[in-house]
Design a protein around this ligand. Structure first.
Ligand SMILES: [Zn+2]
Length: 260
């Protein structure tokens, strides 16, 4: 469980990454309590008034934000972020600050993330944020760079073999000087379903992270290309989340990465 040591500084914004929704919920409560705990020792102490209220779900300064559900799509809308923006300047009721917990923060659409970014850039002194996510890669890099990342200790599910194979094939095709292999790969995958493509993109990010970390997974892939592909895969995940079709996505992935 997430906790702070005595004297450990508390950031104003955390990305809390955990694979299962139950873990995210549990850790969000614990982190919110740790941020408001009045103890001099390890926080959350679970004993003080603030901790007890947070764990009971009745602390007035812990504000939970849920995605809106419409036609089976879950989304945190820009209006919800604007509401937070206005509320964040109102003084907390009893704690030193208000803690906003965004459940499934990765469901913020692009305009919501951009609005949220303004809040992160100039946060009111009395506001702090927890972005609970399954996969931090789905947040904009600009949002990620302004938050401290906390991961639940459990290892994330490793990508499926088939997704890793797709990722390896695509990235190998991108290491070729000729455009033909990648065009062919993209054409062969333009009828894949959304879940398959999402798994492929996430597997590609796993491979690219290893490659950039010094593991020669794809010997022919240059560092520059690996960096560009990382940005592209993150962008593609974002597009997929905004319901861009797989066909369009394959069109994007078929052009050289230095052209996007
Ligand atoms: Zn406490």
């Amino acid at each position: 469980m997430i906790s702070f040591q005595p004297g450990q500084a508390v950031s104003h914004a955390y990305i809390l990454s955990a694979a299962s929704p139950e873990e995210r919920e549990e850790e969000s409560v614990s982190l919110a309590a740790a941020m408001l705990c009045e103890s001099e020792g390890t926080r959350p102490c679970k004993q003080c008034r603030a901790c007890r209220k947070v764990f009971r779900g009745v602390h007035p300064d812990v504000i939970w934000v849920d995605p809106e559900v419409k036609e089976h799509r879950r989304e945190i809308k820009v209006d919800q972020i604007r509401t937070i923006l206005a509320d964040a300047y109102i003084m907390p009721t009893e704690a030193e600050k208000k803690v906003y917990v965004l459940r499934s923060a990765e469901t913020m659409n692009r305009s919501a993330q951009n609005a949220f970014l303004k809040l992160l850039e100039e946060p009111p002194k009395s506001a702090a944020f927890i972005l609970a996510v399954g996969n931090p890669a789905q947040l904009l890099p600009t949002v990620r760079s302004r938050c401290e990342l906390l991961r639940r200790n459990t290892e994330p599910e490793p990508p499926a073999e088939s997704a890793l194979k797709d990722a390896e094939d695509y990235l190998s095709a991108c290491s070729e000087p000729s455009l033909v292999p990648r065009l062919r790969w993209c054409r062969d995958h333009e009828n894949d379903d959304k879940e398959t493509v999402q798994a492929f993109l996430q597997a590609a990010l796993v491979l690219l992270t290893k490659q950039l970390g010094g593991e020669p997974i794809l010997p022919k892939l240059s560092r520059g290309e690996a960096l560009r592909q990382t940005r592209r895969m993150e962008q593609a995940l974002e597009y997929l989340r905004s319901n861009v079709s797989v066909k369009h996505l394959m069109g994007l992935l078929s052009v050289p990465s230095d052209h996007t």
